[in-house]
Design a protein around this ligand. Structure first.
Ligand SMILES: Nc1ncnc2c1ncn2[C@@H]1O[C@H](COP(=O)(O)OP(=O)(O)OP(=O)(O)O)[C@@H](O)[C@H]1O
Ligand SMILES: [Mg+2]
Length: 532
């Protein structure tokens, strides 16, 4: 026992001496000398140490975009090596059924390729931070290191890495879960800044089958999307970035947002819901764009609420519409928020849409929605930017038939002709029609719901007539008031003019007197009866 104790104390003192010597070396040897020595040490080490390391960082360049190779390695290792690793990280829940596992930080696994053994290690670098924080550091750098014997250099660098990236991407496509991304505020609650997009799984059930609109128009949109999806070579041939812009416009509740979901499901794309008011400036907008993936739809909803984007025309119209806009508190609030927070400009947004950055990756669809198409700057929605303009309007009979089939599973009914006539006479949004068609209890069957709808449209029609009459009355009243006001003003003006004229004529007559007096004085002077 004594011998063991002595041995440990000797080991301890050797370690202490080595550390002391190393500290002295660090402190007293000049940097250049240390670098020189380490160069030769590395050479000697590589002579006796036959392994090669390759490092794959998560972010290449200026942390603009996650490296695709890194992601492919992550997927490959998750699929192939997670059974062998001892420490794993559990990720997203796939289809809400199973966990996705990947290597934990600083964990090592082995892989084999054509009989050659290799080692993969995952690392996380946390930069030294002087201030203490309980919360995760946003500047963490992750990377994988691949280690293999130098005799297999060719096999690994040419065949293995290609095989790995291909496999990784293949697995990613197979496991692909569509996501709905959104850009919140880039400051987290603990003060750090993290990746700008955050996501949830995209699970909206809308499809073109359930979308209520004119079938011809619907088919046209579907054809357009199919052509776009298959158009990689065509776009390359004509020298255009592989992207397409859609402008969806129409009153609230006509299915603009629903159509975006239907498009995403049809194309099997991710959705990036871009909240412009949360984007600090044009640079951040560009960064967000670069950080979107291929096969995605980038959506900016209610683009008219972004004040500055309406450009010059807005300023001209401002006076006329100021009154009307200030009536809508929600709109006013959104506009104020935008004014306070965001410095994105119209030209920044135009660059976002068709600048050179938009070409990286390709296969992207950009969708704008608005309730007020006339208020947008023409530059923003011209063809080439917003290639296809789609109007979503009030519910027509064809659209109603789709809703009746969806909500009640009914394709024909006695009330259909009445509903067709009524829908032709009044405006009702698909959202209102859908809501009325939805059974509210188990007792409500198709007959009840359709009857409810007919009544609702009838009522909407009466309301519309009453509203129109009221508006007409209001208009007449205003016109009458304006007329009276104009007459009053005219009267006052005439009165004023009369007074001025009178004053003038009074002035003139006194001038005449002076003038005639002057003549009189002149005459008398000439006659010598007045002396000066
Ligand atoms: N054309 C439609 N086809 C099927 N359902 C529709 C349609 N339009 C509206 N709806 C129904 O009404 C609801 C509201 O529609 P949606 O959110 O798509 O309207 P919107 O045009 O985006 O309105 P807003 O301009 O207010 O954003 C949807 O959840 C959907 O159930
Ligand atoms: Mg909407």
């Amino acid at each position: 026992m004594m011998v063991m104790g002595e041995m440990w104390s000797q080991v301890g003192s050797v370690i202490a001496s080595v550390m002391f010597a190393y500290a002295m070396f660090q402190q007293y040897f000049p940097y250049d000398l240390r670098r020189y020595l380490s160069k030769y040490t590395n050479k000697i080490v590589s002579f006796v140490y036959p392994y090669i390391h390759i490092t794959f960082h998560e972010y290449s360049g200026d942390r603009f975009k996650r490296s695709e190779v890194y992601l492919a390695i992550q997927t490959y290792l998750s699929a192939n090596s997670s059974t062998r690793a001892k420490r794993l990280k559990a990720h997203d829940i796939k289809d809400s059924k199973s966990l996705v596992l990947s290597l934990d930080d600083n964990e090592e696994v082995t892989d084999e390729f054509e009989g050659v053994k290799l080692w993969w290690t995952s690392y996380k670098n946390v930069p030294k931070n002087n201030s203490f924080s309980w919360y995760p550091n946003s500047d963490e750098k992750r990377y994988y290191t691949l280690t293999f014997h130098r005799s297999h250099r060719d096999l690994i660098t040419s065949s293995y890495l290609n095989h790995l990236v291909k496999e990784g991407k293949g697995i990613a496509i197979k496991n692909r879960q569509r996501k709905l991304y959104t850009n919140g505020s880039n400051d987290t609650w603990y003060g750090g800044s993290r990746t700008k997009w955050s996501h949830v799984l995209f699970e909206h059930p809308a499809s073109f089958g359930t979308l209520a609109m004119d079938p011809k128009k619907k088919q046209e949109i579907i054809n357009d999307l199919v052509k776009f999806k298959k158009g990689k070579e065509y776009y390359a041939k004509i020298g255009k970035a592989w992207k397409r812009g859609y402008l969806l416009y129409g009153p609230p509740g006509t299915g603009k947002s629903t159509m975006i979901s239907a498009m995403a499901n049809f194309l099997d794309y991710d959705v990036y819901d871009l909240e412009l008011t949360a984007v600090k400036d044009n640079t951040e907008l560009r960064k967000l764009l670069i950080d979107t993936s291929n096969k995605s739809i980038i959506v900016i909803e209610d683009i008219d609420c972004s004040l500055d984007l309406t450009g010059q025309r807005k300023k001209e119209k401002e006076k006329d519409e100021g009154e009307e806009q200030s009536k809508d508190p929600l709109r006013k609030k959104a506009e104020e928020e935008y004014k306070n927070k965001s410095k994105v400009t119209l030209s920044g947004l135009l660059n976002f849409i068709d600048g050179i950055w938009s070409a990286c990756g390709g296969e992207r669809i950009i969708v704008f929605t608005t309730n007020y198409v006339d208020k947008l700057d023409p530059a923003l929605i011209r063809r080439g930017r917003m290639d296809k303009h789609i109007e979503l309007s009030y519910c027509c009979f064809e659209a109603f038939k789709v809703l009746a089939k969806n909500y009640l599973d009914v394709e024909s009914h006695d009330l259909f002709s009445t509903i067709e006539r009524l829908l032709g006479e009044t405006d009702m949004t698909p959202a209102d029609v859908a809501e009325t068609l939805m059974p509210k209890s188990d007792d409500e069957d198709a007959d009840v719901c359709l009857k409810n709808l007919a009544e609702a449209i009838e009522k909407a029609k009466e309301d519309a007539i009453r509203k129109k009459a009221e508006e007409e009355e209001e208009k007449l009243k205003k016109e009458e008031e304006a007329k009276l006001k104009a007459e009053e003003e005219e009267k006052i003006k005439a009165e004023k003019e009369k007074l001025e004229r009178e004053k003038e004529s009074e002035g003139n007559s006194s001038k005449e007197d002076v003038k005639s007096n002057g003549i009189l004085v002149k005459d008398l002077k000439e006659k010598g009866s007045v002396t000066t």
